[in-house]
Design a protein around this ligand. Structure first.
Ligand code: TEU
Length: 549
């Protein structure tokens, strides 16, 4: 009874352009490099590509600080290269989703430069506040350490930045700003892009007057002021306006990145009748409760099971559709989060693929996940590049010293997922002929696309088989899901069924053998497993997919 949409059926692949494929030897990935790898993605079974930002940027936050929405970052190539990439993607029957960063711009954007020159019109494109007593206007803190305000002595005023000091928050209250953003979105849609991932889109509406953040919430969340903007008063108004003015006329796909948004709010953002967004990324499943991203702990997949039971049974009721992801450019590699012991990498990598590609929702595969990439063995802070990691290190080392600060940052550093894609065992893993902008994972000699394509039993070939199975069996897309043995720890067993086929998936969520669940499905045929034989117990991270005949 679901409305059929291409984005419900698609397997989507996220590319972090800086680290995917370099074509001109400058050590930085680029658009031509991506073009040279499209056949690899087509062969993997990818239907749509989400490109992290490629717009002109000073790269304080690797492109999430946009200086010119209408130009391509020079390190990535030219607008002609972009047009060619879009054409080549479409030629292969794939779609291209752009990353739309409209909560903030770079402080080098022309709007902000005009504001600094005193233009009242453009000051109102941002959150400026006159200086009163030499202190920031409120107690809000940045996600990248320190106060969320820059002071500009020429204007004797402060300006808000929730992220880095060079990422200045836009004032969405301003209809002129909204009009300029909508015009820009339509300019990209006129070029033929198929949709957008909207960066921290739930932050765009701030509480009137930007009041101080509650002390207790600030301590709990680790950031002050979040309650005043994570689900702001006019968020739905702004989303309905962009949908009506830009996305709907072009039938453009949208997935909102919405940190902190819970299930009920997500329904208000994505239910079809709401005409706001098609999907959202919720992040609550990425950390087990009581843990922050920078804690030194192993992620328990039993929490993922609990989380998915809740969402699978409640989210779809209201005609909403889930995104399914384990990794992106903001998080460490999932295999390393669950169990860094190399003995389990292969089984665990396939288990994650099995769940992501057979649960109900649209899978977003992050570059490298398909070859079982793991965290990087960074040796010192000089190896890191991410503004969030470096700022946190500088903040922590004052109180806990350099070694402890580095250790804590490594637990959650975004750089783990930003090391170059590992294509083959040649120098620099085939990513560049130059010096890579960030170090390559030491294990690229045996963890690389070329080696895994040749190995029938590799994680990559497991993904390819699973993606093909998804395409051949509608049960994995629109089919119902029924979760069995909900209370049984370490076992995650569920049924996917449609009118013409039924599948049973059974997983062992831990590194110890467990008794398989006693389910009544006797007449089943094993069609895919991460263990190549049958035993009467489920081995560490065992994942089996059966057809019920
Ligand atoms: O991420 C916002 C966000 O939720 C993360 O920055 C998160 O707060 C942080 O990583 C927690 O450790 C988006 C982009 O995905 C991210 O790359 C950008 O840095 C950020 O917005 C600002 O544009």
């Amino acid at each position: 009874d679901f409305e059929r949409k291409w984005w419900k059926e698609a397997v989507i692949y996220q590319i972090y352009p800086r680290s995917f494929q370099d074509s001109d030897g400058d050590g930085i990935g680029d658009l031509k490099g991506i073009c040279s790898r499209l056949d690899y993605l087509k062969d993997l079974g990818i239907d749509a590509i989400w490109l992290s930002p490629v717009y002109d940027s000073p790269n304080d936050d690797n492109g999430y600080d946009i200086r010119d929405y209408y130009a391509i970052m020079k390190e990535f190539g030219t607008m002609e290269d972009f047009d060619n990439l879009l054409e080549e993607v479409h030629k292969r029957g794939m779609k291209l989703i752009m990353d739309l960063v409209i909560n903030h711009t770079s402080d080098e954007h022309e709007w902000f430069k005009k504001a600094l020159e005193g233009s009242e019109k453009y000051k109102d494109y941002y959150h400026f506040a006159d200086n009163k007593d030499g202190n920031p206007p409120n107690n809000w803190t940045s996600f990248f350490s320190g106060p969320a305000w820059n002071y500009y002595d020429k204007l004797d005023a402060w300006a808000l930045h929730l992220f880095s000091k060079k990422q200045m928050d836009l004032n969405w209250e301003n209809p002129d700003l909204r009009r300029d953003v909508i015009a820009m979105i339509k300019w990209w849609l006129d070029k033929g892009v198929d949709g957008f991932r909207l960066d921290v889109i739930n932050y765009i509406s701030k509480k009137e007057g930007l009041p101080d953040g509650n002390e207790l919430i600030g301590q709990l969340m680790g950031y002050y002021g979040v309650e005043h903007y994570f689900y702001g008063p006019k968020l739905h108004d702004y989303l309905k306006e962009i949908k009506k003015e830009a996305f709907e006329p072009y039938n453009a796909f949208t997935v909102g990145e919405t940190p902190g948004i819970g299930m009920e709010m997500s329904k208000l953002l994505t239910a079809a009748y709401r005409k706001e967004l098609d999907m959202i990324f919720s992040f609550d499943h990425l950390e087990t409760p009581g843990h922050s991203k920078f804690d030194d702990y192993l992620y328990d997949l039993n929490y993922y099971k609990e989380y998915m039971i809740d969402w699978m049974e409640n989210y779809y009721k209201d005609n909403c559709w889930m995104s399914l992801f384990f990794e992106n450019h903001d998080n460490p590699r999932m295999i390393s989060k669950v169990n860094p012991d190399p003995a389990y990498r292969k089984a665990l990598g396939k288990l994650l693929a099995m769940m992501q590609l057979t649960l109900k929702g649209t899978p977003f595969i992050y570059q490298g996940q398909e070859i079982g990439a793991v965290n990087r063995d960074f040796k010192s802070i000089d190896d890191l590049r991410d503004v969030e990691s470096i700022n946190l290190y500088n903040e922590l080392k004052v109180s806990v010293g350099e070694e402890a600060a580095f250790k804590k940052v490594l637990c959650g550093s975004r750089d783990h997922s930003r090391t170059p894609m590992q294509w083959d065992a040649s120098e620099n893993a085939g990513f560049t002929t130059g010096t890579p902008w960030i170090g390559i994972c030491g294990d690229y000699k045996n963890i690389n696309v070329e080696a895994e394509l040749k190995d029938e039993d590799s994680i990559l070939n497991f993904y390819r088989k699973l993606i093909r199975l998804r395409k051949e069996n509608e049960a994995f897309v629109y089919g119902d899901i029924k979760i069995l043995d909900k209370k049984k720890k370490n076992v995650f067993t569920y049924i996917r069924s449609s009118k013409d086929s039924t599948f049973l998936i059974e997983c062992n969520l831990c590194q110890y053998p467990v008794k398989r669940s006693t389910n009544k499905y006797k007449s089943k045929q094993l069609i895919l497993s991460n263990y190549n034989d049958i035993s009467d117990i489920l081995r560490p991270y065992e994942a089996n997919l059966y057809r019920i005949v």
